[in-house]
Design a protein around this ligand. Structure first.
Ligand SMILES: NC(=O)c1ccc[n+]([C@@H]2O[C@H](COP(=O)([O-])OP(=O)(O)OC[C@H]3O[C@@H](n4cnc5c(N)ncnc54)[C@H](O)[C@@H]3O)[C@@H](O)[C@H]2O)c1
Ligand SMILES: [Fe+2]
Length: 409
């Protein structure tokens, strides 16, 4: 195994009151990137006041939508070009933090604004940042971990299905992450459930797909355990500040884990159903988790069994342990009000069917650049977690629609 790198923000301020850290950040001009919901809660003004207390001039871009589009990121970049910030502050859930990251990349490298979406994604990874500004990420959901990750996700809606694409670079890891649970306490139960489930998927998907690591595994396991215990409490009683604090830090830890490890089929398929059917990101992950893990069982059995063991799950053999693990994930969905089947979530079957073929083909096509793919036997593909065809992907999506999953072989 070659050596690996582990990259985190230089400072992580966490715990109740951590927002205060912002007033000591050395800067002159701050651009806050947020969304209308977060602004309506008064959080943008609170952040603005904290910055102004440190004599920092501010401007606010508050036009971010869920699953933020390329156009939104470009609009935030235009404001940055006018205002010339020396810090960009992403404030909110993953949507504003990722929009801020994308605007930051453009602000540092304005020539990228002229490129196509795909060229931007390819080029952004290679570009230097921090020539003009540093990045501060303040999370108000306990979910994506974007405040500590090397990734940003934006969507090109000019294509069908919409291209919800992540891009990553170690440069994108924020300089400062602020995880103050008081900012997350206003999340209503459904947002708490969706975003918290996203954090669980980061922890467990990363654990299963990343080669074993003594740096990453403890974070993934610890955060998964914390979320299983505390997410139902945070959903039941949003005023339970212990539950909020536990969830806020667990989401951050899961973010560090996957940012230094990897994600795969759960997020890949969830992005497609999320962007096509406007299903919130964490909920889409919840819908795809057990179906993807059942598919991955043949190739990743040892890691799935180890995960079950770490989460205190027993069983007479490997297959039973993993079945019990998936049952535990389903049980958490029931506890937090996420349906087990997409068909019970309010989506029209005709809508689902209308896009099924194209999203399945789109997911299958993501593997096309793997060298030697056509020479792999169906068994070899399975062992590597690569579907054999668009039809096989369709079957996984249909399991998610019906709340079923394939038999563990
Ligand atoms: N960059 C990464 O590493 C990474 C990782 C996973 C997901 N993502 C992306 O992040 C996005 C999802 O982010 P998200 O799940 O945090 O949701 P979000 O940012 O889209 O926010 C969801 C809703 O919650 C509201 N909200 C936010 N904070 C609130 C609070 N404290 N109280 C009440 N309401 C609040 C927002 O106004 C919004 O309406 C997706 O685009 C996803 O693909 C990014
Ligand atoms: Fe996610």
């Amino acid at each position: 195994m070659p050596y690996r790198r582990f990259v985190v923000p230089r400072t992580i301020a966490y715990g109740p009151g951590a927002l205060e850290h912002l007033s000591s950040v050395p800067a002159q001009r701050a651009m806050i990137v947020t969304d209308p919901g977060v602004r309506d809660l008064g959080l943008a003004e609170k952040v603005e006041k904290t910055l102004q207390a440190g004599n920092i001039a501010t401007t606010i871009f508050d036009n971010v939508e869920p699953d933020p589009s390329k156009e939104t990121a470009w609009a935030a970049f235009a404001l940055a070009q006018d205002f010339k910030p020396d810090i960009i502050v992403g404030l909110g859930g993953g949507s504003p933090i990722d929009t801020g990251k994308s605007a930051w990349v453009l602000y540092e490298n304005p020539d990228l604004a002229e490129k196509s979406f795909l060229e931007f994604l390819m080029e952004a990874r290679r570009r230097e940042l921090r020539k003009k500004a540093r990045y501060v990420a303040i999370s108000t959901t306990s979910g994506t971990g974007s405040e500590v990750t090397s990734a940003a996700v934006i969507t090109d809606r000019s294509v069908d299905p919409p291209n919800k694409a992540g891009f990553g670079s170690l440069q994108l890891v924020p300089d400062i992450a602020i995880a103050d649970p008081e900012l997350a306490a206003s999340m209503p139960p459904a947002v708490t459930a969706n975003t918290g489930y996203d954090a669980l998927v980061h922890a467990v998907e990363c654990y299963v797909l990343t080669p074993p690591s003594d740096m990453i595994d403890p974070l993934a396991i610890w955060s998964a355990r914390t979320i299983l215990e505390w997410l139902p409490k945070a959903v039941d009683n949003g005023a339970d500040m212990t539950a909020r604090d536990k969830m806020h830090l667990a989401a951050l830890q899961a973010g560090i884990a996957f940012s230094n490890g990897r994600l795969g089929m759960v997020h890949g398929t969830a992005h497609l159903i999320g962007a096509t059917h406007h299903i919130p990101h964490g909920r889409a992950n919840a819908f795809m988790l057990c179906q993807s893990f059942a598919f991955l069982y043949q190739g990743y059995r040892a890691r799935l069994v180890a995960l079950a063991t770490h989460l205190g799950i027993d069983g007479k053999d490997d297959r039973t342990k993993v079945m019990n693990l998936l049952a535990l994930f389903d049980d958490l969905k029931k506890k937090v009000g996420i349906s087990l089947a997409i068909k019970d979530s309010g989506l029209e079957e005709s809508q689902w069917q209308a896009h099924l073929g194209s999203i399945a083909a789109s997911y299958a096509a993501t593997f096309s650049r793997i060298p030697g793919l056509n020479e792999l036997s169906p068994e070899d593909r399975r062992a590597r977690g690569i579907p054999a065809s668009a039809e096989e992907v369709e079957a996984i999506f249909m399991h998610a629609w019906n709340g079923t999953r394939e038999e563990l072989a």
